[in-house]
Design a protein around this ligand. Structure first.
Ligand code: PEP
Ligand code: MG
Length: 402
């Protein structure tokens, strides 16, 4: 597959995320592209600008062929500096982690110059409709991933099913409003027979690397406490079974609901780290389905409400002395890098294929300029205006960016 153009979806739907992680150009939410193209016809898929040209004329094809050559040489130039540290011009070291979906993806993180894995999505283990994975199946996947990382951190996110991530469980399919329903951690807390084996496997895998555990879709402190009780239950079972494991695995939560964002100070007392899931945070805060092309224009990462939430979460994490990362797709979009750093963020987790470009941005800026950009962005009123400003600010420091 050399390119993907589809009628449905949004920039953070799962299709887009997988395409980005595989480095495949993709344009989603085109509404009618499938009816405009017949098999065998040439099309141009410009994933950088979100454009598709059906049956391009000779001039357009030539122009895009040139753009592609330029882009390929730009990517090659980025790849030549993957081994350099993600450090600003004034010496601030940023940690760049990869978001991965399979054990083998961990190698792509090292290849692209990443510092470890900030988000291991574990839903791939749950694709057999007949049964959930066994503890040993979980364990071998996590152990393999940890070993592929050679001592770098590995943040394993527990099952985040429901909403856009389908699990073949009839109880889930019946829901009328699945994004707000019994999904993710809520589902795990009522299904200990599914959850505890995953927790046990993570504790066992922690014997083989710097493994951390992360709970998704948290909206109350009680949920974290119940999840930690289940983690304790997992430890007790492992002790009874005389298994070897690491008991003191760091525990973190995804901040991806407005309630978690607004009570981050309370959550911070319960955990060792935050990872902000902007894909969901934007959808829940703005009441805009992240996968619905009909409202894609309202899915605005630069909305003032989102920028205020982000800056508050990061500040709260710093005040409580816990690590804060962001792992949503905005981390792979170069226009947001300066703003995020300026808000105080020091850890980003993104598609491995995007690490070289974001590293290039970081190595081209000063923290002082980043703070100015963040201050200006947060004072703006309309998301489109903010995005324009962020684009212009990026071009000032990196004119050759695509
Ligand atoms: C998020 O919500 O931002 C996130 C990183 O998780 P996912 O895309 O898997 O929901
Ligand atoms: Mg999420």
């Amino acid at each position: 597959v050399v390119g993907i153009a589809i009628d449905v979806g949004g920039r953070t739907s799962h299709t887009a995320i997988v395409a980005r992680s595989l480095g495949i150009p993709a344009v989603v939410g085109l509404k009618e592209v499938s009816s405009l193209v017949r098999a065998g016809e040439p099309i141009v898929v410009d994933g950088n600008r979100g454009r598709v040209v059906v049956k391009p004329d000779a001039d357009t094809e030539k122009a895009y062929a040139r753009t592609k050559r330029e882009y390929d040489s730009y990517r090659r130039s980025l790849e030549r500096s993957t081994h350099l540290p993600a450090e600003t011009l004034d010496g601030h070291r940023i940690r760049l982690f990869g978001n991965i979906e399979r054990p083998a993806d961990a190698r792509a993180v090292a290849k692209n110059g990443g510092d470890g894995v900030g988000l291991f999505r574990t839903e791939f283990l749950f694709t057999d409709p007949r049964r959930p994975p066994t503890e040993d199946e979980h364990y071998s996947a996590y152990r393999e991933t940890a070993e592929n990382l050679d001592g770098q951190p590995l943040v394993i996110r527990t099952l985040d099913v429901g909403g856009d991530k389908i699990l073949a469980d009839p109880a889930l399919e019946m829901e009328r409003n699945p994004f707000m329903g019994l999904r993710s951690l809520r589902y795990c807390l009522v299904r200990p027979e599914i959850f505890v084996p995953q927790l046990k496997a993570i504790l066992r895998a922690a014997d083989h690397g710097d493994v951390r555990i992360m709970f998704p879709m948290v909206s109350t402190v009680e949920e974290i406490r119940r999840a930690k009780d289940m983690l304790e239950e997992a430890r007790s079972e492992l002790r009874r079974e005389r298994r070897s494991f690491r008991a003191d695995v760091p525990v973190g939560v995804m901040v991806e609901t407005p309630s978690a964002a607004l009570s981050a100070d309370l959550l911070a007392r319960e955990v060792q780290f935050f990872s902000v899931g902007t894909n969901d945070l934007i959808q829940y805060a703005l009441a805009v389905d992240r996968g619905n092309e009909r409202v894609a224009n309202l899915y605005q990462p630069a909305h003032p409400a989102i920028l205020r939430l982000l800056s508050d979460i990061i500040r709260t994490g710093v005040e409580h002395d816990i690590d804060v990362a962001v792992c949503g797709e905005i981390c792979g979009e170069p226009i947001y890098t300066m703003m995020l750093l300026g808000m105080g963020l020091r850890e980003l987790s993104l598609a491995p294929s995007m690490i070289p470009e974001i590293k290039k941005v970081i190595r081209s800026i000063t923290m002082e300029r980043a703070a100015e950009v963040a201050r200006t962005a947060i004072s703006m009123v309309e998301a489109a205006q903010t995005e324009k400003f962020l684009h212009a600010s990026l071009r000032q420091v990196l004119p050759m960016i695509f």
